[in-house]
Ligand binder design. Structure first.
Ligand SMILES: Cc1cc2nc3c(=O)[nH]c(=O)nc-3n(C[C@H](O)[C@H](O)[C@H](O)COP(=O)(O)OP(=O)(O)OC[C@H]3O[C@@H](n4cnc5c(N)ncnc54)[C@H](O)[C@@H]3O)c2cc1C
Length: 500
């Protein structure tokens, strides 16, 4: 998809006038170097990791303090201009995709670790700090920040909070929401609000949980307090091979049923392992229909015991080969294949579309079989590499955008996968968020009253609907157009409800 360019002269003029007006107002509150408006400067911001969708922003701002964030919000509020917050732009659902007449608020310059307290095992960081940078800073105290998205070398904690991001170690250690104590944020009305606190629980309604995962629609994160935990003394990972994908799926459920919570439990099908092995040389069994990576961590004794228990369960579930990492270098090598699987897709396909749905673990086999049938139906290949322990699927649909209708087929394929996730009792996103990508699938997941409840929460934080509008929550009209709601007598149910 290319940038939406209006061909009408009066539209172009109106857009340029608005840009000039907003830039002038911003120049009164920000230094010139914090404002980008020339297309050659704003081009790098035209998309996030969902690069099929692009939109040049009107203006990009780069505030370097909370006061400057508030100033940008004030200008936009007064001029009625929408704002799209942006961290590193690694999001995969279009959450940070700009709006043509909107301002992108980048947190790239809010990148300071404010305070790291080894005694209370917490770190206070600005939103633009990279996920991996927190663990790098904490390492000298033997501590780290547990949630580890595969994008952790680039993605920011602000983006992680907005998406409630996960990673391979979240099965045991929890998602962002379980590892954040406090969020400080700027509201569109110009207030600074702190949600949560230094203690494990905070008084009042749990608005921290409402905010985490709200995809930039409720406020701008300006500071985050995260928990740090001790680095385990030892970690080892098992690579188990399966001749049938269904055996691997059964092994996942069997491990959890046996009362074992691995530090990571990831599955890669053969398409994925063959895609990544020549790239990373992780030592994967490329003859296996599926491989499972199961990590144990803790003291040396705990790890030895867990590895023995996990190996027994995997063997009983039908593993045809089991390899256990013999050194830290080998453990990291096993994981490097998994962590590089998405980029490796680029080696076998010009484009890929990464889906993200979550299902009950025990339905894994049936859903993967359903996806295999869809490959034939849509004439496109799909690689599956995912957080099996959490039931969080990441089908990578491979396509070539230069071939007419391939992207449309990939989108339809993705939507059908999400519909299947909902059908088996799951949800349309595990960790990548809804953004623009899955907005229509929200109509399949939620009833009109539920969508209205979501809008009511948004209105409470953002009455004018200026923060990341048209993302994550579909209007009822949109759902009707999408065909998921019945229109009776030419009228929508809840037609009186406001649209953002
Ligand atoms: C190769 C690859 C692997 C990935 N692996 C994983 C994975 O394992 N697990 C996972 O969960 N995700 C993964 N992702 C997705 C992505 O990295 C995460 O969603 C990440 O949290 C996005 O962070 P970001 O800083 O890039 O945010 P952006 O993409 O810039 O923004 C994401 C959302 O957050 C909002 N936002 C950003 N900053 C703020 C702020 N300060 N205040 C309010 N809202 C804000 C934006 O408006 C947008 O809606 C992967 C992506 C890639 C490209």
């Amino acid at each position: 998809m290319t940038v939406a360019v209006s061909t009408r002269l009066d539209d172009v003029t109106a857009h340029d006038q608005l840009r000039a007006q907003v830039a002038e107002a911003l120049l009164r509150v920000l230094p010139a170097r914090a404002i980008l408006s020339a297309p050659e400067d704003t081009r790098p911001y035209e998309c996030d990791g969902l690069a099929a969708y692009r939109q040049l922003p009107m203006i990009v701002t780069l505030p370097d303090s909370e006061a400057q964030v508030l100033a940008v919000l004030r200008v936009c509020r007064e001029l009625g201009v929408p704002i799209v917050p942006r961290g590193a732009g690694t999001g995969l659902s279009g959450g940070a995709m700009p709006i043509a007449d909107g301002v992108v608020l980048s947190t790239a310059r809010l990148n300071r670790i404010v305070h790291l307290d080894a005694y209370s095992r917490t770190a206070v960081v600005q939103p633009g700090v990279r996920n991996a940078a927190i663990s790098e800073a904490a390492a000298r105290h033997g501590l780290y920040y547990a949630p580890d998205p595969s994008s952790q070398i680039a993605c920011t904690i602000g983006g992680n909070v907005a998406e409630n991001s996960g990673g391979v170690h979240c099965l045991k250690y929890g998602l962002t929401i379980h590892n954040v104590l406090r969020v400080r944020m700027a509201t569109i009305t110009g207030e600074i609000v702190e949600l949560g606190g230094a203690a494990l629980d905070a008084p009042g309604l749990d608005l921290l949980s409402v905010f985490i995962g709200s995809e930039g629609m409720l406020g701008i994160v300006t500071e985050v307090t995260v928990k740090l935990i001790p680095k385990p003394a030892v970690a080892r990972v098992i690579m188990a091979s399966f001749a049938q994908v269904s055996d691997g799926c059964h092994a996942v459920a069997a491990l959890i049923a046996a009362g074992i919570i691995p530090a990571g439990l990831e599955m890669m099908d053969q398409t994925s392992s063959r895609m990544v092995e020549p790239f990373v040389h992780a030592g994967y069994d490329t003859d296996a229909a599926a491989i499972l990576l199961c990590e144990a961590d803790g003291t040396a004794e705990e790890v030895e015991e867990d590895i023995a228990r996990m190996s027994a369960v995997l063997g009983a579930a039908g593993a045809v080969a089991i390899a256990v990492s013999q050194s830290e270098a080998e453990r990291l090598r096993f994981w490097s294949g998994r962590k590089n699987a998405f980029p490796a897709a680029g080696r076998i396909s010009p484009d890929y579309y990464c889906m993200d749905g979550t299902i009950p673990r025990k339905r894994l086999g049936e859903v993967l079989a359903g996806i295999a049938e869809m490959e034939t139906k849509y004439g496109l290949r799909c690689a599956n590499v995912f957080h099996a322990g959490d039931g969080n699927l990441h089908p990578l649909i491979l396509f070539n955008a230069n071939i007419a209708d391939e992207f449309a087929r990939a989108e339809a394929f993705g939507a059908e996968i999400l519909a299947l996730c909902v059908e088996v009792g799951g949800t349309i996103t595990g960790e990548h968020g809804v953004g623009i990508e899955k907005i229509d699938s929200m109509c399949a997941q939620f009833a009109p009253a539920e969508l209205e409840a979501f809008f009511a929460v948004k209105r409470a934080f953002d009455p004018a609907g200026l923060l990341n509008p048209d993302k994550a929550i579909p209007t009822l009209n949109r759902c009707a157009e999408f065909g998921k709601m019945r229109v009776r007598g030419g009228l929508l149910p809840f037609a009186h409800l406001p649209r953002f």
